[in-house]
Design a protein around this ligand. Structure first.
Ligand code: ZN
Length: 117
């Protein structure tokens, strides 16, 4: 079972438990549909949808997701958006710090994708 982003169900469940705040700006998520800014959205730290383990899949707020877009994490952290919100390598969630220190890669998970392109 995978959701529409190709994220395995067990990864989705784990990440929903872990990431109750935006992994970047740390805003607390709410289920309140009125405040889109605090709605969680699926985020690949490394912008490669094939890397869909818990070290690359996270939840971040709509604002951060929209700002980061297709930028490399390292480049995005230098952006005006991050600077204005004081989002730095030191302020982000540990899953993001780990991804910076030890980038998730495809080799680790290709065994799960045999026969699947
Ligand atoms: Zn955010």
């Amino acid at each position: 079972m995978a959701n529409r982003w190709g994220i395995p169900q067990e990864v989705e469940d784990f990440v929903k438990q872990r990431d109750t705040n935006c992994v970047y700006c740390r805003v607390e998520f709410s289920e309140d549909n009125e405040s889109r800014k605090t709605k969680p959205s699926w985020e690949h730290i490394i912008n490669d949808i094939r890397i869909n383990g818990i070290d690359n899949i996270t939840l971040c707020c709509m604002s951060c997701n929209a700002s980061k877009g297709a930028k490399l994490l390292e480049d995005w952290l230098e952006s005006y958006y991050c600077k204005s919100k004081e989002i730095t390598v030191d302020s982000v969630a540990s899953v993001v710090k780990n991804a910076i220190a030890n980038p998730p890669n495809l080799n680790k998970i290709t065994m799960h994708n045999n026969g699947y392109q």
